[in-house]
Design a protein around this ligand. Structure first.
Ligand code: NAP
Ligand code: MG
Length: 504
């Protein structure tokens, strides 16, 4: 039986705080208390670097969802709903500070649970989560209605809008950036004045439970935040169809996104936002700065082992520089250091699970059969854990499954193009529309392409520019709505138009 990879070079790589957390019981967080599931269900959190169990976690069932929704409703009608905006901002600010105070511990737990390098979680994922709370703490005190002159009878009415919190919000999140994703749901919902029931992915329950402890420390009234570790088909589905949930914000696969939208429609027409998959084009023109474009193209697909919704998985290269770019990306791929997340030398961790390893392997095998050539990687790396070698495919065509479906692994399809109009067609020949990168030194071409691609985020001479103030979300089957920025808080607010007769 494997053991979790906690020892690196004979040294225990898990700090004392993270180890104490792992040793504490992992229970549901409902109404401000840690509790067991009514039905007694459990799930096992696994270390993907070894396939070994880390610890058991309570799994919520439909009855627990009822309890959490009731607690969230009570808090919405009471303690949290009655807080003034400045008090909401204070709790969010405190939570951000507590995340920074516990940065190392959270990054280590995240790394063990997801396999991602701890140094990356510490430098990027966890601080970004803290910044999201800080950012939305600012918005809590800046929610405003507008006043209106009625077009038909301006003398007779004083009309204005109020922005009101939607009520009880559910968040259902994936396993690729668990702590950050939890924060993307909680921060705008809480700033808006909603209360929250959050369901983390079954594969990565741990940092959400650490977050629950920090929520207590930050002084949020009980029931404001409820965290239900558990399975999608039980707890997740119960949230999506629950009549007591006013809003569901989901991030994950397009397939489950459709189910959530259907369940919302069939129950109480709760509001829905969906952050779904992508098959994002990374377009490199011959005049691009290749010193920057080549390593960024590699980072765009291999970062987080390709388990990124906006991964640059379709690499389009103008024909004259095709060989140069492909060999540059292939050299980077071939030299990446794979290893357990807690090993400070690791650049890439494993895939999330056996399921994910099988899925990625299946995609690459099918691509081979369809006529793609594998320039490097193409299979599992090592024989323990779920590592997959960074993979560059060439001779892929737009009709192949590997070039159309989201793979969610470190696998890039490199494809040549000749003209600007051809690449516009190729880039948009997809059901997705999450992100696109464009590399050129020609400012006119950059702007023409930025306008022509159908994607919610366009990065020119860059990739993966995320900021709390910048809306992010998808065109087409990449989703509904936006996260971050003013759009992110709007998604948790209702607009009420009030018309007061003033007697004229
Ligand atoms: P997923 O099934 O969409 O899981 C995302 C979340 O939805 C998890 O919390 C999951 O619970 C929950 N869920 C599953 N079925 C549900 C249902 N019927 N009702 C409500 N909630 C439900 O994603 P996955 O299966 O882990 O990954 C599959 C593929 O999705 C990946 O290969 C990738 O292509 C894509 N994906 C995309 C993103 C993204 O950021 N856009 C993230 C992850 C995955 P469980 O934890 O129990 O499954
Ligand atoms: Mg795990």
């Amino acid at each position: 039986m494997n053991k979790p990879v906690i020892f690196v070079d004979g040294r225990d790589a898990l700090g004392a705080a993270a180890r104490e957390f792992i040793d504490r019981p992992k229970r549901l967080f409902i109404g401000g208390a840690f509790t067991d599931s009514v039905a007694g269900g459990k799930l096992m959190s696994e270390d993907p670097a070894s396939g070994a169990d880390i610890c058991a976690v309570v799994a919520a069932d439909a009855e627990d969802v009822d309890r959490a929704v009731a607690a969230a409703r009570t808090a919405f009608d009471g303690a949290w709903g009655k807080q003034v905006p400045a008090a909401r901002a204070e709790c969010l600010t405190k939570l951000a500070a507590l995340i920074y105070d516990n940065l190392e511990e959270i990054a280590e737990i995240e790394s063990l649970d997801t396999g991602k390098p701890a140094h990356i979680a510490k430098a990027l994922d966890v601080p970004f989560a803290a910044e999201i709370y800080k950012y939305y703490a600012g918005w809590a005190t800046k929610i405003q209605g507008r006043s209106f002159d009625l077009s038909l009878n301006p003398e007779a009415f004083h009309a204005f809008t109020r922005r009101e919190p939607l009520g009880v919000a559910a968040g259902v999140i994936p396993w690729n950036f668990p702590f950050a994703q939890a924060s993307f749901k909680l921060a705008p919902a809480l700033a808006a004045g909603c209360t929250v029931v959050l369901k983390p992915a079954e594969q990565t329950p741990l940092t959400a439970l650490r977050l629950a402890e920090l929520v207590v420390e930050a002084g949020f009234p009980e029931g404001t935040v409820n965290i239900l570790t558990g399975f999608g088909h039980t707890a997740g589905a119960a949230l999506a169809s629950h009549p007591g949930v006013d809003k569901i914000s989901f991030t994950g696969s397009t397939e489950v996104g459709r189910k959530i939208a259907a369940a919302a429609a069939a129950s109480n027409l709760k509001r829905v936002t969906l952050e779904l998959g992508g098959k994002s084009p990374n377009i490199i023109f011959a005049d691009a700065n290749l010193e920057s474009a080549i390593p960024t193209a590699a980072a765009a697909i291999f970062g987080n082992s390709g388990q990124v919704c906006n991964a640059g998985s379709r690499l389009f290269i103008e024909a004259p520089i095709f060989d140069q770019v492909v060999s540059g990306v292939r050299d980077i791929a071939a030299n990446m250091q794979l290893g357990a997340g807690l090993n400070p030398d690791s650049e890439l961790g494993p895939l999330m699970s056996q399921v994910q390893l099988d899925r990625v392997t299946g995609h690459v095998d099918r691509a081979r059969g369809d006529g793609a050539s594998v320039l490097c990687g193409g299979s599992r790396a090592g024989d323990s854990g779920y590592f997959f070698a960074p993979t560059v495919l060439a001779e892929t065509t737009a009709d192949m499954a590997v070039a159309r479906e989201e793979i969610f692994g470190p696998v890039v399809c490199a494809m040549p193009f000749e003209t600007e109009s051809e690449i516009t067609g190729l880039a948009n020949d997809t059901n997705f529309g999450l992100a696109a990168s464009i590399w050129t030194e020609n400012i006119g071409k950059a702007h023409r392409m930025a306008a022509a691609v159908n994607a919610g985020a366009v990065w020119v001479n860059s990739f993966g520019v995320f900021d709390p103030n910048l809306p992010f979300g998808g065109y087409k089957e990449s989703g509904w709505g936006r996260e971050f920025g003013i759009e992110g808080i709007d998604a948790f607010l209702e607009t009420k138009a009030v018309s007061v007769s003033i007697g004229a």
